[in-house]
Design a protein around this ligand. Structure first.
Ligand SMILES: Nc1ncnc2c1ncn2[C@@H]1O[C@H](COP(=O)(O)OP(=O)(O)OP(=O)(O)O)[C@@H](O)[C@H]1O
Length: 458
């Protein structure tokens, strides 16, 4: 048995680069340009590690991965591929890849992965066949390193039941990531139930989560199952967890450790067989330090963290996302699919996207409905809301107001001003939309949940 690393890559120059880097790092390397050569060689000797491309002239690297899993269960396999979508990441991990590396990659990262693969040989006998990830519903799209890291985490967790905390600004795709985690988990066959702590009045949240018995409180005319019960055998997604009242956090923590709970007004314990995924747009660590969030619950939920950066920090995702969301908008509306011109895509990359992917989705819906031709060029894009200008009339008046308030010795000026500003804009938006919250939120550039929470807290 040799200690060589076997490299299967049909792109000659990339193969050469990897060979050089591996040799330089002191590894013995054997390179192959197709699968046939590897299959043959595997009958004769065994490598220390396999590095394989996916698309090869005589087949698919994932097929090889599967074969090797059967014949050489302890052999670490690193999959490298230019096809960098979530599905590929999940398939690679499901078939037992030790790691998955999207191209183009940093050669140092590649070498570091090789070292890790060699030092921690895997037992990969617990992979479960072809749990195909044919998830229906919207697909996650993203090419940026940040989104690739998200895909890898989802793939790596595909056989796990761990809690995950998903953080990111409103509209960055937290719920979509939660769904992808569920769809690519052993619980995929079970329900996915989402609860938004910000959207439910605090006094109702407990019975919403845990259900209630008949007569538990005034108005509880019948027994009602809670979200925990509905999510039995599946996943419970707790959105805006930072908004959960502290008393309920305590209860949630107990359920997580005891794996059972009581309905409100109930005396029979109910088994809780759910995986918890949580999300927040807030800085939970800060909430903890300020005493608004229980530290122990924070640690319990924060086992694995997926951080989704705002769209403006991953503008390289915009072209593919825009194409994808345009196609989705066409499907939703039943209208003919549009295409962005190169100029339009360039213009889109330059926007601020304070509403993140949701804002881009809304823009795609709008141009699908509004544009006349099939091509959407830069001029056909709805105007970006002008950034607040310094010389705006209302800002000058705001300064006067602040002056006057300070003169009266009032404090917390920004707190009051921001609250008043938000109240005014919410009233305006609800007027505009005739009370329709979804539309009002869209006007404001907020998520519907954000609007609901703010309306509640006003
Ligand atoms: N990477 C992505 N690929 C494709 N679609 C995306 C992606 N990210 C977000 N979306 C779409 O953007 C919209 C907003 O995403 P989502 O509701 O998951 O955001 P969120 O972070 O949960 O927002 P909020 O915090 O306001 O609830 C959805 O329509 C979602 O399908």
């Amino acid at each position: 048995m040799t200690q060589a690393i076997w490299l299967i890559e049909d792109d000659r120059s990339l193969r050469w680069v990897m060979e050089q880097a591996l040799a330089e790092a002191g590894h013995e390397v054997r390179a192959f340009a197709d699968l046939a050569g590897v299959r043959q060689a595997l009958h004769e000797e065994q490598p220390a590690m396999l590095v394989s491309d996916v698309r090869l002239p005589d087949g698919d690297g994932l097929t090889l991965l599967e074969e090797v899993a059967g014949s050489h269960p302890r052999l670490p396999v690193l999959i490298i591929t230019a096809q960098t979508d979530l599905d590929m990441a999940v398939r690679a991990y499901e078939r037992g890849a030790f790691e998955y590396l999207p191209k183009p990659f940093d050669i140092d990262e590649f070498i570091a992965l090789i070292q890790r693969g060699l030092s921690a040989p895997q037992t990969v006998s617990d992979r479960d066949g072809d749990a195909s990830s044919g998830a229906a519903g919207p697909r996650l799209v993203g090419e940026s390193p940040a989104m690739q890291a998200v895909f890898r985490t989802i793939g790596r967790l595909s056989r796990s039941e761990m809690s995950v905390l998903i953080t990111g600004e409103s509209g960055t795709g937290k719920e979509l990531v939660a769904r992808a985690l569920h769809d690519n988990s052993p619980r995929a066959g079970g329900p996915f139930v989402a609860v938004n702590s910000a959207a439910i009045p605090p006094e109702l949240l407990e019975s919403e989560l845990f259900g209630h018995e008949r007569g538990a409180f005034t108005g509880a005319v019948a027994r009602r199952s809670g979200r925990f019960e509905q999510a039995h055998g599946g996943t419970l997604f707790l959105d805006e967890i930072g908004d959960m009242p502290v008393a309920l956090q305590t209860r949630l923590l107990r359920v997580l450790s005891e794996r059972e709970y009581y309905r409100v007004g109930g005396h029979e314990p109910v088994q809780a067989d759910v995986r918890i995924l949580a999300a927040t747009h807030q800085d939970l660590a800060r909430q903890v330090s300020e005493g608004h969030f229980r530290e122990d619950l924070y640690h319990r939920l924060n086992v694995i963290r997926i951080q989704i950066p705002p769209l403006r920090e991953r503008t390289e995702d915009i072209p593919r996302l825009a194409e994808h969301l345009l196609a989705r908008a066409a499907e939703e509306t039943g209208l003919a699919p549009r295409r962005f011109t190169a100029g339009a895509l360039k213009a889109l990359r330059q926007r601020r996207w304070s509403g993140n992917v949701r804002e881009l989705m809304n823009l795609c819906r709008r141009v699908t409905v509004m544009s006349s031709g099939s091509r959407v060029d830069a001029r056909a894009l709805p105007e970006e809301e002008a950034p607040f200008s310094q010389d705006g009339d209302w800002l000058a008046r705001l300064r006067e107001w602040a002056d006057a308030a300070a003169g009266r010795g009032e404090g917390d000026i920004a707190v009051h001003a921001v609250a008043a500003l938000e109240r005014t804009l919410m009233d305006w938006a609800l007027d505009q939309s005739q009370g329709h919250r979804q539309d009002a939120a869209r006007l404001l550039g907020w998520g519907r949940n954000t609007l609901t929470r703010k309306l509640r807290d006003r």
